[in-house]
Ligand binder design. Structure first.
Ligand code: ZN
Length: 203
């Protein structure tokens, strides 16, 4: 199994177990809408996840379920935040021009979502986004358009994974643009001076 396939299965398995952060929950939900064929794997992992939980001792199961529940909705606020984030993703899918995009780095604009670690990125065509590394794992779901980087080409519904091992500079073909939902566990580390300065202002 390639590292990407492994990361993908882990993402779906966490989702099935209810152990995903709200940001990852949003990303997987949107992925399954854009790529209905992925539901079969998601359903199989759901069954596997359920079987795994049943085999654990009763007490840890209760503790685990309680932990997952409180991570998802410790109070009413995160539920509202997730609903707002869903609405922004919906707008990015259908009418990205209506969103209030802010300059993030050269050739890159963003709308931060009210789910920690989740952001919408809009990459301009014909230019590479600034080369950057990652402090944690970065999961990218393409919503519109397509981009390519050192690891491959990604189209709507595709998920790409990047971690501390990967430095990349996503590139969008000339005349197109790409809109993505990106979930990061740590800050991006830009390499160019301009992008690094922007990173300090906007962090
Ligand atoms: Zn990246």
């Amino acid at each position: 199994m390639s590292p990407n396939a492994e990361a993908y299965r882990a993402l779906l398995l966490d989702h099935a177990a209810g152990a995903s952060s709200p940001a990852r929950q949003l990303l997987v939900e949107t992925h399954l809408r854009l790529r209905p064929s992925a539901r079969d794997l998601a359903d199989a992992l759901d069954v596997a996840g359920g079987a795994l939980l049943e085999r654990l001792e009763p007490e840890p199961v209760a503790a685990r379920l309680h932990g997952a529940e409180s991570a998802r909705a410790p109070s009413g606020a995160p539920v509202d935040a997730l609903r707002d984030a869903r609405a922004l993703v919906e707008a990015a899918l259908h009418s990205p021009g209506h969103l209030n995009w802010r300059w993030r780095a050269p050739a890159m604009r963003e709308v931060r979502l009210p789910a920690p670690g989740a952001t919408l990125l809009r990459l301009a065509g014909g230019r590479a986004a600034p080369k950057h590394g990652h402090a944690g794992e970065e999961v990218t779901l393409v919503l519109r358009g397509a981009y390519a980087d050192e690891t491959g080409r990604y189209a709507p519904g595709d998920i790409a994974f990047a971690d501390a091992e990967l430095d990349h500079s996503p590139y969008v073909p000339d005349g197109e643009e790409c809109v993505c939902l990106v979930v990061t566990d740590g800050a991006l580390r830009f390499h160019s001076l301009l992008a690094r300065v922007a990173n300090r202002w906007l962090a």
